[in-house]
Design a protein around this ligand. Sequence first.
Ligand SMILES: Cc1cc2nc3c(=O)[nH]c(=O)nc-3n(C[C@H](O)[C@H](O)[C@H](O)COP(=O)(O)OP(=O)(O)OC[C@H]3O[C@@H](n4cnc5c(N)ncnc54)[C@H](O)[C@@H]3O)c2cc1C
Length: 322
Amino acid sequence: MSGVLVIAEHRQGALREATLECLGAALSLAPSLGGQVTAALLADDPQSLAGELQGRAHGLKLYAHPELAAYNPELYLPVLADIIAASQPSLILMPHSSQGMDLAPALAGRLGLPLVTDCAGLSWSDGALSVQRNVYGGKAVLDLALKPAATVVATLQAGAFQAPPAGAAPTASDRTALTELAPRHARRFLEYLAGVVEDVDIAEADILVSVGRGIGGPDNVPQAQALAEALGATLSCSRPVADAGWLPKSRQVGTSGKTVRPKIYLALGISGAFQHQAGMNNSGTIIAVNSDPRAPIFQVAHYGIVADMFEVLPKLTELFKG
Ligand SMILES: Cc1cc2nc3c(=O)[nH]c(=O)nc-3n(C[C@H](O)[C@H](O)[C@H](O)COP(=O)(O)OP(=O)(O)OC[C@H]3O[C@@H](n4cnc5c(N)ncnc54)[C@H](O)[C@@H]3O)c2cc1C
């Protein structure tokens, strides 16, 4: 048993960022596991998606089938079971996404392997895996030491691991294989229904001014809107703001909202719970304004202002209007 197998995820013809994060976690663990990292990609046209995996995994296993434009568990399970039986990896990683939540337990159950989900940290010592998981809404971190096992299946929390740069792991040509899967009867994917973009798509914005519960109520939202307009930015928010209806749900950043990666993310009155951080911690420059110096948002912010946002907001708006 050695090495790490990463199950790649794609949607609408694009590889998902969370797959690269899994490769980052895999590459940092692989030396302690005494093995290499292999990515398995099942798609209708896997070669068109494999470019981003090249240089980030030591080996690639590509599987093509016309019914694999979208995730299809009936096709994934037998193929992955074969790969695992043949390569016997110490660890199998995939994103904690709707796909991962479906696939990981099915795979673990089918192969009788231990499963640990939604991991925010991973380490390996003395032949056993230790993981960190956020609990109680991110207020505490659970350290779990797993019993030693030949192979463990784990899903990883979005945003918790860094994607490796291209070239971090030279992909060996003799460890790259494309297999055309034989036609087989499986359930058919009919249609992808994208979430409705109600007004603007915050995922497309270069600058986001994001408000949290600290905004106090809907009457104060126009103050943040004025700053957003002065900056040429888009307004986004944390979940309580969307839940209260102060801004539409489409503006919510986080695990149950959108993942964003603007050049600048200005967080106003947002505590920085992990569910929020997971949606924005890959932003270019993060600036946080919060009256509480211990707010977790300051752990990911590049610049922090400990102050009442209602003192800072008008000053910034005035400054940028000019
Ligand atoms: C399954 C699940 C999914 C979730 N998904 C998401 C998600 O997608 N996105 C998300 O955001 N959350 C999500 N959450 C909720 C998350 O756990 C937090 O509760 C939420 O992010 C907190 O929002 P907040 O920071 O706006 O509010 P709070 O945690 O209440 O923080 C408000 C902050 O404002 C500061 N503040 C107050 N007044 C001022 C002032 N005048 N000036 C400056 N600072 C001030 C306070 O110091 C505080 O830090 C989810 C939770 C669960 C359980």
